[in-house]
Design a protein around this ligand. Structure first.
Ligand SMILES: [Fe+2]
Ligand SMILES: [Fe+2]
Length: 283
């Protein structure tokens, strides 16, 4: 295959927060048809595939709709009913048992073209941004995820911060593995990395919501890598807030936050050689 042919070849359908357990059986075939008719070379899901264990069923089901690889990271809902470590082990296993599922958090950079790469990391609302100590927000996560249940606020915050640190460490390692030839790196993650990328009905998160809707440590990692590698464009795709927006953090660092509507999964945009070909005005 020539380099010219290869450049034209990728066309990745980006989906975020599909929450597939909310999709009625009567709508599933339409959803499959929409995926197929977008003619993707791969699907990319930035988390909240479903709730807990149902996610594995849903990924297998998606794999019967399309014949292409399915790249994914996990969102907070995907960890429901278990511990973070158990769920990640299960994701690693699911990807190993499948020829088409790729868990990006556990994967090295994926080469999409000569100079275009894809990396991914789950991410967490890690309590770093905003005012976690005075926030009255109590997420379902605090009941549904073993690591967070029954904890004091201080314990919970320490756990969330540790998860944010781990996410940033893994992401940094992957970004450092991307070869110098890269001009564009797509970074798939669930939680917005900056307050300014944490949209809700056209506004960004306040001090009360930001601790649980921003992964501050991943944001710091991206800032650092973007400044060290100015010739590499970082294009970040995330979800979690279910409201869309675009934030240009630096000349070579931009964050797209995708929308979601329970029961109505959608393709957020198509990633192609020229960038994100948005279906609904995001780009
Ligand atoms: Fe979600
Ligand atoms: Fe989420």
């Amino acid at each position: 295959m020539s380099a010219f042919d290869e450049r034209a070849l990728f066309r990745i359908a980006w989906i975020t927060d599909p929450h597939l357990n909310h999709v009625p059986a009567s709508r599933w075939d339409l959803w499959c048809d929409a995926l197929r008719s977008s003619d993707p070379t791969a699907l990319l899901i930035t988390g909240d595939i479903s709730d807990g264990d149902d996610g594995w069923f849903q990924l297998d089901r998606l794999a019967t709709c399309v014949t292409c690889p399915i790249y994914f990271v996990l969102g907070n809902h995907d960890f429901y009913g278990g511990s973070v470590a158990q769920t990640r082990r299960r994701a690693v296993q699911a990807a190993r048992e499948s020829s088409r599922l790729v868990y990006l958090t556990d994967s090295e950079p994926i080469r999409l073209a000569d100079d275009v790469f894809l990396v991914g990391e789950d991410g967490w609302g890690d309590g770093v941004i905003g005012d976690a100590r005075t926030s009255p927000i109590r997420l379902q996560d605090f009941q549904q995820i073993d690591d967070l249940r029954g904890r004091t606020t201080d314990d919970r915050l320490a756990t969330l911060r540790a998860q944010g640190d781990e996410s940033a460490d893994r992401l940094r390692q992957k970004l450092m593995q991307v070869p110098d030839v890269a001009t564009t790196v797509w970074v798939a993650t669930h939680v917005p990395p900056y307050r300014e990328s944490c949209w809700y009905e056209g506004r960004i998160a306040d001090d009360q919501w930001a601790p649980y809707f921003v992964c501050g440590r991943v944001g710091e990692c991206l800032d650092d890598v973007a400044s060290r590698r100015p010739r590499m464009n970082l294009e970040v795709l995330c979800g979690h807030t279910h409201h869309r927006g675009v934030y240009r953090r630096a000349q070579n660092l931009r964050v797209y936050t995708g929308a979601a509507d329970y029961g109505h999964p959608a393709i957020e945009g198509l990633i192609e050689r020229g960038g994100l070909n948005d279906l609904d005005g995001l780009a």
